[in-house]
Design a protein around this ligand. Sequence first.
Ligand SMILES: [Zn+2]
Ligand SMILES: [Zn+2]
Length: 154
Amino acid sequence: MDANTLFAIQLAVALLVAYFLAFWVAMLIWTFRDIRSRSHNIFTAFFAVLLVVIFSLPGLILYMLLRPRETIAEAYERTLEEESLLQEIEEQGACPKCKAKVGEDFLLCPNCRTRLKKICPGCGRSLHLKWGVCPYCAREFAPSSTVELTSRLG
Ligand SMILES: [Zn+2]
Ligand SMILES: [Zn+2]
């Protein structure tokens, strides 16, 4: 084997090592970014990267199998969706306790007798329980005060 062949082999090996090193570092960076978008926990991120550091490609595959299914952004979006869905149900008029259908101006749930609305002492319209002011006649009263409701209902 002459010197040229040896040099060529050495070069090829060096390139191969460099290539795998770059690939490995890229995997580490990808894993780190990915876990950071899925978990706020710094230890989770540390172990995810460690997995790839030690096991390399199989570690990466293992990580992809075990990582949290949702990213933080996705989870946040889902929570928002669920909340707006809940709100919609509430607005569509379902009893918050027993989920029975209730009319928009019902004061009580006819099914479980949960208090749904109160009556404005000023103008007599039905208001949300948490409102502290009547939007119809601008009368102010203590929020969630049910005194007016009770007296009205007898
Ligand atoms: Zn109910
Ligand atoms: Zn009023």
